[in-house]
Design a protein around this ligand. Structure first.
Ligand code: NDP
Ligand code: OXD
Length: 309
């Protein structure tokens, strides 16, 4: 009985060592090394090559080593009806909060604009904003969005959030579903996307919603590139309706060198590094689920195939 790790970056050894160190009784393979695929019960995946999961016919479940599972559903050859788990982790959530806070503070104090000025040796003070000036609208009040909302409260920001189901978070104005989306957007001077990428949320950051934001709004997308219609953002930055954006995720990663985002002074780019699963923090929950599977108990952090997240 064994676990296989399938990912295309350079972190296979890191995860393998972390699991084997935590429990030397578990045999862990890289999908690239020789192993008996029939004995593999669990696939730990992160952006696996499409089609690679289909080779494992005795899997009991698939575990994403990140919070997102969009790449698993996008692979049409993923074995059907298998449970899928994802990471829900306090460190992942607090890292995301720190990233979003950094982006918001940078916007409030024009740090991006001053960096550009510095390269041109320009001394040009601008009126700055204060924490009290803005509502911070969070799209997605799940594991990450909820922690962000609470962290924003600690800095005396005014967070508000939007989700599928109604949420009650003390100090946070919450909006639910399509009917309340417009009210949420029209009062969000900073819009933070922390939605999962699903059929319903693909392309959700588009001209239709930018139009509903207050003039001068700022966008932070740390969820998935597929949420954003790139050209719509460029158009709304060009026409001044959107003041700028911080983007951590893109349709194609790494972002192609020819992409216009690289050249846009009002767009801050980071390389999908807002919040990264830390093996020390995440391996215990992976092992907990492995034990549950062996004991025939229900798994933690299961994803709904119907909802796609
Ligand atoms: P969760 O599943 O915990 O939360 C998702 C939230 O989005 C829920 O509140 C859900 O509503 C809401 N939602 C989903 N679909 C809709 C919709 N159609 N309309 C309104 N609300 C919707 O996810 P996480 O918070 O753990 O993570 C969110 C995403 O962040 C991940 O899927 C991943 O893509 C991204 N991510 C990016 C990272 C990075 O480094 N850039 C790192 C980690 C994650 P409800 O609660 O009612 O179901
Ligand atoms: C994740 C991510 O989904 O890193 O965890 O994007």
């Amino acid at each position: 009985m064994s676990i296989v790790i399938i990912r295309q970056d350079d972190k296979i050894e890191l995860w393998k060592t972390a699991i084997e160190t935590a429990d030397p009784n578990i045999k862990v393979y890289s999908y690239l090394e020789p192993h008996d695929k029939n004995l593999v019960e669990v696939a730990l995946v992160w952006k696996h090559p499409k089609g690679s999961l289909a080779a494992y016919s005795n899997l009991k479940y698939i575990a994403s080593t990140g919070a997102g599972v969009d790449f698993i559903f996008e692979d049409e050859t993923t074995p059907k009806d298998l449970p899928i788990t994802r990471v829900v982790d306090t460190m992942l959530a607090s890292d995301m909060s720190e990233y979003v806070l950094a982006a918001i503070f940078s916007f409030l104090k024009h740090l991006n604009g001053y960096k550009v000025d510095q390269f041109h040796k320009v001394w040009k003070p601008r009126p700055y904003y204060r924490i009290s000036d803005f509502n911070i609208g969070i799209m997605g009040l799940g594991a990450l969005g909820t922690v962000l909302a609470k962290d924003l409260l600690r800095f005396v920001f005014k967070p508000q959030g939007w989700s599928n189901s109604k949420k009650v978070i003390q100090g946070v104005t919450t909006y639910q579903g399509e009917t309340e989306f417009g009210s949420f957007l029209s009062t969000s001077q900073v819009l933070v996307c922390l939605l999962p990428l699903t059929n319903k949320t693909t392309g959700i950051l588009n001209a239709g919603i930018f139009e509903q934001l207050p003039i001068g709004a700022y966008l932070i997308n740390a969820a998935r590139g597929g949420h954003l219609v790139d050209q719509d953002l460029l158009d709304y930055i060009d026409n001044g309706h959107i003041a700028g954006a911080t983007l951590d995720v893109f349709h194609q990663e790494p972002l192609p060198l020819t992409h216009p985002f690289w050249e846009n002074e009002k767009i801050n780019i980071t390389p999908h590094y807002a919040s990264v699963s830390d093996t020390d923090s995440v391996v215990p929950q992976l092992l907990e689920n492995y034990g549950r599977m062996q004991r025939g108990e229900s798994l933690l952090n299961l994803v709904s195939e119907l909802k796609g997240y």
